[in-house]
Design a protein around this ligand. Structure first.
Ligand code: SF4
Ligand code: SF4
Length: 352
């Protein structure tokens, strides 16, 4: 495995090289990619405009990376009715994406989404984008106090799901090759220096320190079984759901939620088919094809929790939560999934 480094001031040069082959997405607060939530400087991965990239202030983005592979609204195809019947026009193939500065927890969320989009069928919209993308990870040195990734087996310095991993070591970034894709990218990259033993030690100390900064914990042992035995406990779920206003923010911004609707828009003889994010937090969810099977709010809140911590483990033997904490810090009424899981842990029958 090659270990290189680059001065922070030279990151622009690196992105210019990679930009010849990829659409570059960087953490940004500029232009229409900026979002301010609760008065704080929150960011999204936006199109790189060629200017200098300063990651010193960067914490995690508001919008998760799923939006680059399953966009909030995506045109699936256009159609037109002619004399010979309907003709279909598929969207043009997009350029390969390089997501620069993705956090290890968010890179894991894509692996969790892959299970859905390759399980029952191979999704022809998600997979080409996902398979051609390169993930350049950035060790998370300043986790939020709402983060609990370490309880889900993820580390702020984890490299399992990225192609390259960058660590801030002062005036420079250490760059580690992780996957074959990352190796190929490095082979095409000029202007990097070999890292020294001292640089490597600095990076591993920074990762260790970052791990210790994630102080929020959840206990996932027997959680699936405890949720199963608490499933019908309406009193508990009503209490849990009491303050939720059903806005759907926690599901839209959760990196592992993927529900969508499909809609046709038609004017005279032509139109287009779109898919758009939907949320199980909404009372109108699934109302279009049928009735919503979860009429009560507490049932919808229960669905959100059980989907990640009970149903996903049943289907894929893995929890579909990365502990990114977005659903906690961005909820307008401070609903906290960790408190709900703690309540479940303290009840739910004998699974010790
Ligand atoms: S963000 Fe909060 S209020 Fe909105 S649906 Fe989620 S839990 Fe409910
Ligand atoms: S449930 Fe919350 S903490 Fe878990 S991945 Fe989704 S947004 Fe992040």
């Amino acid at each position: 495995m090659g270990i290189k480094k680059i001065a922070k001031k030279d990151i622009g040069n690196l992105l210019h090289q990679w930009g010849k082959d990829y659409t570059i997405l960087v953490p940004s607060t500029e232009g229409d990619t900026a979002l301010t939530v609760h008065g704080s400087r929150f960011t999204v991965h936006g199109l790189w405009d060629g200017s200098d990239v300063n990651l010193d202030w960067h914490r995690n983005t508001v919008k998760p990376p799923k939006s680059n592979f399953l966009p909030p609204m995506e045109e699936m195809f256009r159609f037109q009715k002619g004399k010979e019947g309907h003709s279909i026009e598929l969207p043009q193939e997009e350029r390969r994406q390089l997501i620069f500065g993705i956090r290890p927890c968010d890179a894991r969320s894509l692996r969790l989404l892959d299970m859905i989009f390759t399980d029952v069928y191979q999704d022809p919209y998600y997979l080409p984008k996902r398979n051609s993308a390169v993930l350049v990870g950035l060790v998370c040195l300043r986790p939020y106090d709402s983060c609990f990734c370490t309880s889900l087996g993820i580390s702020p310095g984890g490299s399992d799901d990225v192609d390259l991993l960058l660590t801030d070591i002062g005036d420079e970034f250490l760059i580690e090759e992780i996957s074959d894709k990352g190796k190929r990218l490095m082979e095409l990259t000029a202007g990097l220096e070999d890292a020294t033993e001292d640089d490597i030690t600095k990076a591993s100390e920074a990762k260790e320190k970052a791990y210790g900064k994630v102080t929020r914990k959840i206990d996932t042992q027997h959680l699936k079984d405890k949720l199963l035995s608490s499933f019908e406990d309406e009193t508990y779920w009503e209490k849990v759901a009491a303050k939720c206003i059903g806005c759907g923010i926690c599901t839209f911004l959760c990196p592992t939620c993927y529900c969508f609707d499909i809609t046709d828009e038609k004017v005279k003889k032509q139109g287009a088919r779109f898919r758009c994010w939907d949320s199980c937090a909404f009372s109108l969810y699934t109302k279009m094809p049928m009735e919503n099977p979860r009429e009560e709010k507490w049932q919808r809140v229960r669905q959100k929790v059980c989907h990640k911590f009970e149903f996903y483990p049943m289907s894929f033997d893995v929890i579909a939560c990365t502990g990114c904490g977005r659903c906690i810090r961005l909820c307008p009424v401070n609903w906290d999934i960790c408190q709900t899981l703690e309540g479940i842990r303290d009840r739910g029958g004998d699974h010790q």
